[in-house]
Design a protein around this ligand. Structure first.
Ligand code: DMJ
Length: 609
């Protein structure tokens, strides 16, 4: 920058006297001056605007927070004073992208139907289907996919799937099935199909038949359901790998389905069984208020085991909130359990990566010392499964953490409680972190991400990026990559993006979802039909594994569809989605059930206010 150019030069005296030569000279000086000032302003303005933009991006409430403390006002007072800039939010469908997702669903379904109709699972590369047990399938993939077809308006595919349920679906299978998986995929799928098919009684009859076969799993001294159930013998069975234990997520992720079934069937039994589990859990919670991953099914007590938001615990937290939402925000018992759990999660498990860029959830692993003392080791590891949690926190902030109902989109600062604001900010940050784990060669996120901490012993190894990495992913040619490196078509990130888009109206979330969809198309699509898992997200060309999980059609493609569909499809104040993305309608507790809830001797805490 030339400082002298900025100095104003006086026009020479003779300018007025009409000396043309000098006049020109004078004009040039002015022009030069104006031009230079503009340039100078621009040079200063660019970094200033950038800094403001970055500050706002990192902390969207920075300006209102500053005003609030300057004026000494409460948030509510400030919210009343400050005119809020209302930007029109476009919740209409992105037809082109929505339809691309529908075509992807057809690509998956038609291949399954061609090669494996009725089988529980599908292997798109070998064009084969398999069942979970030798006793025959129970329709995992078919039932898991039906409500997605109904939402997408795929009538022909739907009528063939319905025909299969009507004529071939059979639960008289003498084999053990995982109780939780059967409830969230099959029972949840049937209930959702019942609702979206215009209450086709076929699905309700099947749902009652299935639930009645599952109920004996709850016949334990603690009333916690066993991990497995023999559907033909109607007998609960232990998990041979963990004979004394059941996992927290498994026992606490049956409630939405059983409660809705009770209302539809007018049979209180299912509600009672599911509700009792929650009271057993509430009475046994560990001092920090978190649920460890295992419980003893005999005495109902939590077992000293890992604390985390990932596998075996994830949907315990998800369903605390969703039970509160399911009955129109009336059961304060669940709101309080959820709120306490979120406080404990923030105190114990929410962490920042080494250079404080990424917020992630850590795990706490108990270690027993020879003298009998227990210590807890913090492990900076986050399962892909945890990526549901960002969206769940946003949903919780705008309901359990809201001071007004409904909140604005996006919520204004004054509309959320302190806890709601904290959960909102953590939720937004966790979604960014999950997107950061998509920063791989394929654009897909691994099954497990580790975050850098100063004591990880990696130091400044250039092979490892500064924030997160896939453990053991640097394999030699010919070696199989570790399990952590896989992408098995999981839905959790797009689930959170769906909630974030609906609750903020920010197009950025649609863009991120589209990026993930394109990566799936590029790396997981099998040209002959279906989608496959890939064994290393950080390897190009990607290597496929011959498996299409049922949640690809029930969850991943459904959430992608919902992100690009009009927001009138499935409004969040009318539906709550079970953990397998089967939407169930929100309802008011029927009076008969209110009595039940208050009378149940197992229920040691009032449910309603
Ligand atoms: C689904 O079966 C359910 O979302 C479950 O709660 C855990 N995750 C898988 C999909 O990743």
């Amino acid at each position: 920058m030339n400082g002298t150019k900025l100095r104003r030069r006086k026009a020479p005296k003779n300018a007025k006297a009409g000396n043309p030569e000098k006049e020109v000279d004078s004009e040039e000086s002015e022009l030069e001056f104006d031009f230079d000032l503009w340039k100078y302003t621009k040079i200063l303005a660019v970094p200033l605007l950038l800094a403001i933009g970055v500050a706002y991006y990192l902390n969207p409430t920075i300006f209102t927070d500053a005003m609030q403390s300057y004026l000494g006002l409460s948030e509510q007072e400030l919210a009343k004073m400050v005119p809020v800039l209302e930007f029109p939010i476009d919740f209409s469908a992105n037809v082109h992208r929505r339809d691309a997702v529908v075509r992807a669903f057809q690509h998956a379904w038609l291949a399954y139907e061609r090669d494996a109709m009725g089988n529980d699972e599908y292997h798109p590369i070998s064009h084969e289907g398999t069942n979970l047990t030798d006793a025959g399938g129970i329709g995992y993939t078919v039932v898991d996919s039906i409500d997605t077809m109904l939402l997408m308006g795929l009538d022909q595919e739907y009528s063939r799937a319905r025909e299969w349920v009507a004529t071939k679906m059979d639960f008289e299978r003498n084999a053990t099935f995982n109780t939780f998986e059967t409830v969230i995929r099959v029972l949840g799928g049937l209930l959702s199909a019942y609702h979206f098919s215009g209450e086709d009684s076929l699905y309700l009859e099947k749902a009652i038949d299935l639930a009645d076969r599952i109920i004996p799993a709850f016949n334990t001294p603690s009333r916690l359901p066993l991990s497995n159930i023999n559907l033909a013998l109607r007998e609960g069975a232990i998990d041979p790998n963990w004979p004394q234990f059941v996992s927290s997520a498994e026992v606490a992720t049956l409630q939405l389905e059983f409660r809705y079934l009770s209302v539809l069937s007018r049979n209180t039994l299912y509600w009672e069984k599911a509700e009792t589990v929650m009271h057993v859990l509430k009475n046994s919670l560990m001092p920090h208020g978190l649920a460890s991953i295992f419980l003893n099914w005999y005495n109902g007590e939590f077992v000293l085991s890992t604390l985390r938001l990932g596998s075996r615990a994830d949907s315990y937290y998800e369903y605390l909130l969703k039970q509160y939402l399911q009955t129109n925000n009336t059961e304060v018992f669940y709101r309080d359990m959820y709120t306490n759990a979120m406080d404990a999660v923030h105190k114990t498990l929410i962490k920042k990566s080494a250079n404080s860029v990424l917020t992630y959830t850590s795990e706490l692993v108990p270690e027993k010392h020879p003298d009998g003392q227990i210590s807890w080791r913090l492990t900076p590891k986050q399962d892909h499964l945890v990526c549901f949690f960002g969206g769940s926190l946003l949903l919780g902030a705008t309901t359990a953490g809201a001071l007004v109902h409904p909140v604005s989109v996006p919520p204004r600062a004054g509309e959320l409680s302190e806890q709601g604001k904290r959960d909102w900010e953590t939720g937004i940050s966790l979604i960014k972190t999950c997107m950061a784990t998509h920063d791989t060669a394929t654009g897909l996120a691994p099954e497990i991400a580790h975050f850098r901490i100063p004591s990880d012993g990696i130091g400044h190894d250039p092979q490892y990026p500064s924030d997160w990495y896939i453990k053991g992913a640097h394999t030699r040619p010919g070696e199989l990559p570790p399990y952590d490196a896989r992408y098995i078509l999981r839905p959790e990130t797009v689930e959170s993006l769906f909630l974030a888009f609906r609750l903020t109206g920010d197009e950025m979330y649609r863009e991120w979802a589209w990026r993930i969809f394109e990566a799936i198309e590029k790396h997981c699509r099998v040209e002959t039909g279906g989608y496959a898992s890939i064994i290393n997200v950080d390897e190009i060309p990607s290597r496929k594994e011959d498996k299409m999980e049922t949640f690809m059609m029930s969850e991943t493609l459904k959430y992608l569809y919902l992100i690009f569909a009009d927001a009138n499809v499935l409004p969040l104040d009318k539906y709550v989605l079970n953990t397998e993305a089967h939407p169930l309608p929100i309802f008011d507790i029927p009076p008969k059930f209110k009595d039940l809830v208050q009378r149940n001797p197992m229920l040691s805490h009032p449910i309603l206010e």
